[in-house]
Design a protein around this ligand. Sequence first.
Ligand code: G3I
Length: 369
Amino acid sequence: MNKRRYSVLLLLLFLLTSCMNSQNNIPESPTPKPRPVLLPPHSTPALTNTLRAQAAARGILIGTAVDATALVQDSAYAETLGREFSILTPENAMKFDALEPAPNVYNFKQADELVAFAKAHQMQVHGHNFVWYRALPDWIKQGSFTKAQLSSILHDYITTVMTHYKGQVSMWDIANEVLDDQGQFRTSIWYTTLGPDFLDQAFRWAREADPHVQLFYNDYGTERPGVKADALYALVKGMLARGVPIDGVGFQMHVGLGDPPTKQAVIANFQRFADLGIKVQISEMDVMVQGSSLPLQQKLQAQAHLYQDMLSACLSVSACEAFTMWGFTDRYTWIPAATGHPDQPLIFDQNFQQKPAYTALFQTLTSNP
Ligand code: G3I
């Protein structure tokens, strides 16, 4: 090796060692900042053969109500939930009777567990709900409050809960089932004691408590045009005209096999709400099969078609950003307790096996738009 080559080699060696040394001397990077809790709705989970992965590819969230007790007691339940869904709604854990069982005594334990699960599984949380005529603690139901007292109780409740979950819940049902089946304000302690202003006030207090969370109105029997849906449309239009901060409407979609809404009717209805400049979503879908005389396999096929049609309706309206079911396994559905009859309204059976409805949803998500 001649002298020149030898010097170049030495120089290269020097540069290489000093570079390695300087890398070794780089101070350890500071502790990474915690990831933002609210994930973008289109974040991609690791598995691709799941509803949540396919929903993400279509730009929507796929959700379910969650039974807080099942979540801690049933590992198959927890595993399926984390694998398949990108947003969860606490079925009961964020209701008034659960969160404030006695005046100024808050119990966030179960709801916090759901929020922690969602965070660990990169899911969003849909808070449910503040103003409802049901799920009230006895101290509210049995108290005889003046308008000023009840107003202050509701204000404190909304502010405390929204502050507790700030940054961890991406949307809240501020009002739930405020209208009756004729589209009039439903009799409730809120309406009776506070008058119709309670609705606007609840949304305004919520926006003050957390300016970044989406505020929803949620109801049933409003999925297709009709007396109640028309009344809701007028109500929301009025709220927007008054500057009330409402961001969206959830259509529950608790349906059965007899006289279900058609896809076209749902699209038309969703679109008129979307044209007001707000979001829409399917917030609590399930499909009862009781009452139908069809053989079981045919009932499950008809059920699958309905799930498919309603998901397809949501995908057809760009303002429809979430498709949530009221549970996912027939093992824990609310319907038998409420109706007194067994039922199979969801997309996994009692043993967490996929039903035709699961396949129908998966195929709808993967089929060409
Ligand atoms: O927590 C008690 C428990 O301590 C007790 O042992 C048990 C005995 O029955 O009752 C338990 O409370 C029940 C609770 O569900 C939890 O299982 C309540 O009685 C029961 O009324 C409650 O029902 C819930 C209902 O809302 C009322 O809050 C259902 O699970 C829940 O699926 C249902 O969800 C509603 C949505 O919030 C709004 N849209 C309609 C939907 C279906 O009704």
